[in-house]
Design a binder for this molecule. Structure first.
Ligand code: NAD
Ligand code: ZN
Length: 389
């Protein structure tokens, strides 16, 4: 934990620090000094130690209209941090704790949080756009001119300090290295959780994963941990196949080499009639339709993970009548405060392969290079170190 040792406390006062601001859709982020408010009730201010970027940050940096397009904005939602100060009514967190901010809330008190069936939080999960759930639209960030800066998914980790509501914060063991813990803040937990909690894959199952970014590869890792017999990876970028082998994938399909055949037909041939489980981890609706067609008639289950908020989806209605299932999954169906510590524990027991997700490391100032690497399909996760010079 030597990389986390130095931080200062400005308890109760605003902090001036550096943040990467997305000022306009599609433009590079700009690093500027900002003001971060002290935490209010039920909030914690954290010093980000390192952050990574997920495809969702890339997608939101480009939306130029509609309710999801908000600028200026501090993106970033995969991170690990240290508690710098706490607001009123904050139990269970103290200065110096190692914490993961998570975009998906877990209030632990509402009907859905108390149910074992899913990971919805009725109290807080509906609203993704207002600035803080408990205090309406008051922003926690201001630029040097005193103008508000929008948050992103209640995390905004592309900043040296950020404010997080305790419904979005998980305390973790300080034993896990921070550059492994950061992966569990979104994409990797989502993929593993989808295999484990949403699909509940049984031993000996056949699985197809569309899109081998960090989310899809993590689905493979989750399927491997559940004892799947066959895990087929589908990606238009063949560079992903070698890394897929490290996560237990047994077969690979490149859609660009399938000629006139539909990908679902190729998968049905490989898996003897269709897979038990398929996962869409790209965010393209036609890929979701193919994922659905690839599953076994009668019992097949498709899990939609890729995010494409604008597009309607077409599914084979005969397949639905014949007993196939499809469902979406946010944060892999994981209840953050309950399930992330379990994943940390499995990493510490050397059961979980987190190491192979890290393809690059950069200092925070080079964040636009990390966007470029992800966009070009060259990286899985690039660790951005806040303090590295
Ligand atoms: P990524 O960009 O690293 O990976 C996407 C992969 O899909 C790439 O390897 C790319 O080559 C491949 N691909 C692109 N077009 C394809 C096609 N037509 N067929 C097959 N493969 C194709 O992204 P990521 O960070 O792994 O995220 C994947 C998706 O998951 C994104 O849509 C992201 O927004 C979403 N996501 C969802 C959740 C959730 O809670 N549901 C959480 C995190 C991310
Ligand atoms: Zn809840």
């Amino acid at each position: 934990m030597d990389k986390t040792s130095s931080f200062s406390s400005h308890e109760g006062k605003p902090i001036r620090c550096k943040a990467a601001i997305c000022k306009k859709a599609g433009e590079p982020l700009v690093i500027e000094e900002i003001h971060v408010h002290p935490p209010q009730a039920y909030e914690v201010r954290i010093k980000i130690v390192c952050t990574t970027l997920c495809h969702t940050d890339l997608a939101f940096s480009k939306y130029d209209s509609g309710p999801l397009a908000r600028f200026p904005r501090i993106l970033g939602h995969e991170a690990v941090g240290l508690v710098e100060s706490i607001g009123e009514h904050v139990d269970g967190f103290k200065h110096g704790d190692v914490v993961l901010p998570v975009f998906h809330p877990h209030c632990e008190e509402c009907r859905d949080c108390k149910s074992s069936k899913g990971n919805w939080c009725t109290r807080f999960a509906e609203d993704l756009v207002s600035n803080t759930r408990r205090y309406g639209m008051a922003s926690r960030f201001k630029d040097s001119m005193g103008e508000d800066i929008h948050h992103f998914f209640f995390v905004s980790s592309f900043s040296e300090y950020t404010i997080v509501d305790i419904a979005h914060l998980v305390k973790i063991s300080p034993e896990i290295p921070v550059d492994r813990a950061v992966l569990l803040s979104c994409g990797v937990s989502t993929g593993i959780g989808a295999a484990w909690r949403t699909a509940d894959i049984e031993e000996g199952s056949t699985v197809a994963v569309f899109g081998l970014g960090a989310v899809g590869l993590a689905v493979g890792e989750g399927a491997r941990l559940r004892g799947a017999a066959q895990i087929i990876g589908i990606d238009i970028n063949p560079d992903k196949f070698a890394i897929g082998k490290k996560f237990g994938f047994t077969d690979f399909v490149n859609p660009t080499l399938c000629g006139d055949k539909k990908i679902s037909e190729v998968i049905k041939e490989i898996a003897g009639g269709g897979v038990d489980y398929s996962f869409e981890c790209v965010g393209i609706t036609s890929v979701l339709s193919e994922a659905f067609l690839s599953t076994r008639t009668g019992t097949g289950k498709t899990v939609a993970l890729g995010i494409n908020p604008a597009a309607p989806t077409e599914l084979d209605s005969f397949g639905l009548f014949r007993g196939k299932h499809v469902c979406g999954s946010l944060f892999g169906g994981l209840k953050p405060k309950l399930d992330i510590p379990i994943l940390v524990d499995r990493y510490l027991k050397k059961e979980l392969n987190l190491d192979s997700f890290i393809t690059h490391e950069l200092k925070f100032e080079d964040i636009n290079k990390a966007f470029d690497l992800l966009e070009k399909g060259k990286s899985l996760r690039c660790i951005l170190w806040m303090d590295k010079k």
